[in-house]
Design a protein around this ligand. Structure first.
Ligand SMILES: NC(=O)C1=CN([C@@H]2O[C@H](COP(=O)(O)OP(=O)(O)OC[C@H]3O[C@@H](n4cnc5c(N)ncnc54)[C@H](OP(=O)(O)O)[C@@H]3O)[C@@H](O)[C@H]2O)C=CC1
Ligand SMILES: Nc1nc(=O)c2c([nH]1)NC[C@@H]1CN(c3ccc(C(=O)N[C@@H](CCC(=O)O)C(=O)O)cc3)C=[N+]21
Length: 299
């Protein structure tokens, strides 16, 4: 292996310590500790990992948390009622509904992700998935930055990896990772994070016809596909930086979307799974929860 291993866990710990310090100051200034509410419907495996790690991280940062587990058979009305309750609960600053929502077995009404995300109070929307927050990001004046793309931007910055003028290929165009990631990296100057912008961005997806060639043209390749190890070593340009967002459970192992050992032969730097992007997502969630508490207290 010749590539540098980008230690997301270590960077995340640093960010979490910074957030913990700001939380402490916020509380010393007479405010209640920020509080995050997470809603998990069903038992998506990537969400289970997230929930477990997130609760511990909140506690260590002095952030209160609550987890509402709801069965996969939950109806849209029940879920919307729970969100309403959290919207009006003054003690809750941040609301996160774990995605993907389960697809209903049997013939009950389906849970519509968009309807659910639309219902979250935009000032409590720590994932930045509500239309208002997506719109603000699109316009280059974000309120909350989405956690995973923001974590990646922070990592690139803190590892002195320049994005300006570089060709970034984002594989995946989901609302939660690919699309906002591409948008943030294409922004002018530092509107979406510290000096990490001004990239030339290509978005690839399942209908991209020459994926290998597109990937080979990337200075920075970001994989958010959800297919274990589909990005192979021969898709990496020598010296490229590879960011693996994938969290796939294969047997009892977590693997990314990139074949790590192969890619590490060619790349100059690469994030591992686990220990890469995942911990950064959690660090930025804590950051957003504090930001939400500040916004709600009028700061
Ligand atoms: N580390 C972290 O913090 C996080 C990790 N994740 C993980 O990241 C991965 C992606 O998540 P998410 O963005 O939500 O996933 P989605 O399933 O919502 O999106 C996957 C994207 O990949 C594209 N795609 C699928 N197959 C191919 C293919 N063969 N070639 C090219 N593109 C393809 C899809 O294309 P199309 O649009 O055409 O269908 C889609 O745009 C998952 O493993 C997830 O668990 C997610 C969030 C946070
Ligand atoms: N509304 C919503 N927002 C999300 O941000 C969101 C979501 N839904 N649904 C699920 C995906 C997935 N996701 C993860 C975040 C961190 C780890 C994480 O901590 N990973 C550790 C795992 C370590 C381990 O425990 O083995 C790591 O990669 O090192 C995993 C997965 C957030 N997501």
């Amino acid at each position: 292996m010749s590539a540098t291993r980008l230690d997301g866990k270590k960077i995340a710990l640093k960010i979490r310590a910074e957030v913990a310090q700001s939380v402490q100051k916020f509380v010393e200034d007479g405010n209640a500790a920020p509080k995050l509410a997470a809603v998990l419907v069903g038992d998506d495996p990537a969400s289970q990992v997230y929930v477990r790690n997130k609760e511990r991280a909140c506690e260590k940062a002095g952030i209160a948390s609550r987890l509402d587990r709801m069965p996969a058979s939950t109806t849209p009305a029940e879920l919307l009622a729970r969100i309403d309750e959290l919207n009006s609960d003054q003690s809750v600053n941040g609301i996160l509904v774990q995605l993907p929502l389960p697809q209903i077995e049997g013939d009950g009404p389906a849970l519509d992700e968009r309807e659910v995300l639309d219902a979250i109070d935009p000032l409590k929307d720590v994932d930045a998935f509500s239309p208002i927050n997506v719109g603000l990001l699109m316009q280059g004046r974000p309120r909350f930055l989405p956690c995973t793309p923001h974590g990646i931007v922070q990592m690139l910055h803190r590892c002195d990896i320049e994005t300006a003028g570089k060709h970034v290929v984002v594989v995946g165009r989901s609302e939660i990772v690919g699309k906002p990631m591409a948008m943030m990296l294409a922004q002018k100057d530092s509107t979406c994070g510290p000096q990490t912008a001004n990239a030339t961005v290509t978005i690839a997806h399942s209908r991209t016809s020459n994926l290998k060639e597109v990937c080979l043209s990337a200075d920075i390749l970001i994989a958010a596909v959800g297919r274990p190890e589909m990005i192979r070593g021969d898709m990496i340009r020598p010296g490229a930086v590879v960011v693996d967002v994938g969290i796939n459970r294969v047997g009892d192992r977590l693997v990314g979307d990139v074949a790590f050992d192969e890619a590490a032969e060619t790349a100059s730097a690469i994030t591992p799974v686990p220990g890469g992007v995942g911990p950064l997502t959690i660090a930025m969630l804590l950051h957003n929860t504090l930001l939400a508490a500040k916004l709600q207290s009028g700061q």
